[in-house]
Design a protein around this ligand. Structure first.
Ligand code: AMP
Length: 174
């Protein structure tokens, strides 16, 4: 899958100095690249027997929605606080400076349901861990995590110990 790297644009110093931003819009705009990424994510999600997908605002929605349609299963959206209209549960997670939160509807997962979490990229793993915790709080089972890009030089493995994490391409250094 390393061939997919040719579809990813890396943008230095975005959104602030020192951050190398991995831009997936260049993957989405290329039908062959987007299809290759989805094919691989689809096999993983299928192999985990997922009954639902949960995708993370906002780039995760693009992959999550396409996969949910391919598999014929439901899609949950994890959103920034204050966006979801009904009863929600919330998890806070650490950022480099400060904290952020995500919410999901409290009736979006039923007891024992197998859910796969989908996003574009894994960095520190804080975002994905917060989403996994919410699924578990509602009685669901995190059957796996699927992302396009792994930033292997960041210590997410510790945070996501015990979860089956699938990714398509890895970057070993910034
Ligand atoms: P983290 O919680 O640190 O694993 O951050 C993951 C989330 O932040 C994902 O939703 C990514 O879209 C975004 N993100 C973090 N770092 C980068 C980066 N270097 N390039 C692109 N997106 C990033």
């Amino acid at each position: 899958m390393e061939e997919l790297k040719k579809y990813i644009r890396s943008v230095p110093d975005f959104p602030k100095p020192g951050i190398n931003f991995y831009d997936i819009t260049t993957l989405l705009i290329d039908p062959a690249g987007f299809k290759k990424a989805l094919d691989s994510m689809e096999s993983f999600v299928r192999s985990k027997g997922a009954q639902k997908i949960i995708s993370i605002e906002s780039r995760g929605f693009v992959f999550g929605a396409a996969l949910a349609d391919r598999l014929g299963i439901g899609l949950i959206t994890a959103r920034k606080p204050g966006k979801l209209p009904y009863k929600t549960i919330r998890e806070e997670y650490d950022l480099e400076y400060g904290t952020d939160s995500l919410e999901i509807h409290s009736d979006s997962v039923t007891n024992g349901e197998k859910v796969v979490v989908v996003d574009d990229l894994i960095a520190t793993g804080g975002t994905l861990r917060a989403v996994c915790k919410m699924i578990e709080r509602l009685g669901g089972e995190v059957a796996g995590i699927s992302v396009v890009i792994d930033l292997a030089f960041l210590p997410w493995r510790e945070k996501l110990r015990g979860y089956d994490v699938h990714y398509l391409i890895s970057y070993d250094s910034e």
